[in-house]
Design a protein around this ligand. Sequence first.
Ligand code: ADP
Ligand code: MG
Length: 260
Amino acid sequence: MALLEMKNIVKDFAGCRALDDVSLSVEKGETVAIIGPSGSGKSTLLRCINALTRISRGSIALNGEVFVDSENGQVQNRSGQPEAVYPSEKELKRICCETGMVFQHFNLFPHMNCLKNITYAPVKVKGVNPADAEARGLELLKLVGLPDKRNEFPGRLSGGQKQRVAIARALAMEPEIMLFDEPTSALDPEITGEVLNVMKTLSARNTTMVVVTHEMGFAREVADRVVFMNKGKIVEEGTPEEIFEHPKSERLQEFLSSML
Ligand code: ADP
Ligand code: MG
C-alpha cells in the first residue's frame, strides 16, 4: 500500500487549470523529486497533499485513509469553482498532521527562539509533554547541524540556518511524509548545500519525502524517482537515470537543456 495515493487530481482556479488529471503515488521511505518549469503546477500539487489547496476533482489517500474523494460530492467554492467535499477542519488537522511542509521562505515564528519554534506545535497541537518535546527538539537541532542555536532568534540566523530550523520544526511533528517546496531557491548558492545535505541525510534515513526542486544535481543524486510536470500534467516520471539520461518527451529534453 502506498503512503500517499493521489488519483486523477484536477485543480481549477478561476481562469486556470493548475492540475489536469494528475495521479501520483509515493511509497513509504521513498524520495520523490518533482521538477518542471515555473507555473507547471508543482506547488499546487504539493499543497493539495496537506489540503492547503483544495482539489476540484479526484481523490487523495494518506496512509490508507481516503480523506477526500470528489466521487463523494462536490460544492462550489468562493471563486465559483467546483471543489471536492472535505472533512471538518478538526478532522483535516488530524490528517494533515501526518504531513510536514517546508516552504521556500522558512516561515519561522520570529518572536520565538529556535527551540521554541520546534517544540511549539508538538506541545500545543499534539499535547506532547514539554520536557519530552524539548529533548526531541534538541536532538533535531543536532540532526540539522545547529546544536548550539537553541536560544537564538530567527532574525539572527542566516537563510540556510533558518531553513534548517524550519526542517527540524516540521520533523518535530513526526509526520509520515515531508513535503518540500523549493526549499533552497531563496538561498544564496553557496549555502544551498547545507540545506540539501540535511535533506540528503533524511532521505538516507528513509524519510518519505516529496521535494519540488530546481536543484537537478540533488534530484539526480538523491531521488528514488523523478516526476516531470508541465502545464498541470505529469509528462514523464522515472528513475533519475531514465529522466536525466534518457528523457523521452521533447518537452523534458527542452527543459533539461534550459537548466544547464
Ligand atoms: P509551480 O509551482 O510549478 O511554479 P503553481 O502550482 O504555483 O506552479 O501554479 C500553477 C498554475 O496555477 C499557475 O498558472 C498559477 O498562476 C496558478 N495558480 C496557483 N495558485 C493560484 C491561486 N491561488 N489562484 C489562482 N491561480 C493560481
Ligand atoms: Mg512553485
